[in-house]
Write a protein that binds this ligand. Structure first.
Ligand code: AMP
Length: 185
């Protein structure tokens, strides 16, 4: 079986935690473009070295590079066999349009948490890009670039918005219900 899922959510909405659980539940590889870039940066690859400045500044990497990263990942056997759960991609309208040119999507979910709540959560998180400036830049990029991409999926009728407040298990249950509805389960 294979499923092709997109998970959206503001930084700090619990997206990473939920994606790990959803990937396990649906048996699909969890593809976090942020994790891939951080690993590439730690390994010192050319893309990783370029990514480091973008990540630390909270700015988005160029679309073209991200599309190559995702396309390469899609070619790997686990994705071909089981599909994917994409976390952190697409993050712009250009990425969204390119993605649906590459593959069908079964469902896109948006984990909805108000901005004041995510700000508080992020301040206590301690990632190296969680400086006040990094956080401000990431939230600004989210509003300017990612909200239009989310709205684009909504306009196509592919998006389910899920309340992200409550315990992690409650949110997981809501996400699974929303996705299963889309999958026709
Ligand atoms: P994340 O872990 O998803 O918050 O990603 C961390 C950082 O990686 C972001 O702030 C961006 O600098 C970069 N990044 C990850 N995914 C993308 C993407 N799809 N497009 C552009 N930049 C990205």
């Amino acid at each position: 079986m294979s499923v092709r899922l997109l998970v959206f959510g503001r930084q700090g909405a619990g997206k990473g935690t939920q994606c790990v659980k959803l990937a396990e539940h649906y048996g699909a590889p969890h593809i976090s473009t942020g994790d891939m870039l951080r690993q590439a940066a730690a390994a010192g690859t050319p893309i990783g070295l370029e990514a480091k400045t973008y990540i630390d500044d909270g700015k988005l990497m160029p679309d073209e590079i991200m599309l190559n990263v995702v396309q390469e990942r899609f070619a790997q056997a686990d994705v071909v066999e089981h599909g994917f759960l994409l976390d952190g991609f697409p993050r712009t309208l250009v990425q969204a349009e390119a993605l649906v040119g590459l593959t069908d999507i079964d469902a896109a979910v948006n984990i909805d948490v108000p901005e004041d709540v995510v700000l508080e959560r992020m301040m206590g998180r301690g990632r190296t890009d969680d400086t006040p400036e990094g956080i401000a830049n990431r939230l600004a990029a989210y509003k300017r670039e990612t909200v239009p991409a989310i709205e684009w999926f909504d306009a196509k009728g592919l998006l389910e918005t899920v309340d992200g407040l409550g315990s992690p298990d409650e949110v997981t249950a809501r996400l699974i219900a929303a996705i299963d509805g889309r999958l026709g389960h």
